[in-house]
Design a protein around this ligand. Structure first.
Ligand SMILES: [Zn+2]
Ligand SMILES: [Zn+2]
Length: 163
């Protein structure tokens, strides 16, 4: 009888042990995921700070405030990307304008911004002031992109324009 009790007791102990172990394992897993999350959060904050640092350094190198030949190699590559983004943005803008609509002042119909006559009532339309096409272009001294002459900053690379 005592033999059976010992066996039973041992079995119970084993179950309790493994239960404890399981609990500890769960705790460890929870702690681990907490640390993982912490690392991820801190890394994200770090990345955004590095990004700000990079943007600031990039700006300073472009304006000549910061002289560093190694960093300059970086900025040459970034400048190429800036230029590509600028070109794509320009293309996007002009497509946007093409697709833009307006309301006919006579009948209220929705017509193309570029339309000379309303497709509904035939009303002659005022030609839209294509301000963008007539702005004088200059070459940015920093990135050499063709940009409007009337801004204080280059829309492509963000350099301050000495006017
Ligand atoms: Zn109309
Ligand atoms: Zn520029």
């Amino acid at each position: 009888m005592s033999d059976l009790q010992t066996k039973l007791g041992g079995g119970l102990n084993k179950i309790q042990d493994s239960f404890q172990q399981g609990k500890q394992k769960l705790q460890t897993v929870q702690e681990m995921s907490q640390f993982k999350k912490e690392i991820q959060d801190i890394s994200e904050s770090r990345s955004s700070l590095i990004l700000r640092l990079g943007e600031e350094a990039y700006r300073k190198i472009r304006t000549g405030e910061l002289q560093d030949s190694k960093l300059r190699e970086f900025t040459a590559d970034i400048a190429k990307l800036d230029s590509q983004i600028y070109q794509a943005q320009k293309a996007l803008d002009s497509l946007n304008q093409k697709g833009a609509t307006k309301t006919c002042s006579n009948c209220g119909g929705t017509i193309d911004r570029e339309d000379k006559f309303c497709g509904f009532c035939g009303q002659k339309q005022e030609t839209p002031a294509s301000s963008n096409d007539q702005t004088e272009l200059i070459s940015c001294p920093a990135c050499e992109e063709q940009i409007p002459a009337n801004g204080s900053f280059c829309p492509c690379c963000g350099s301050r324009l000495a006017l």
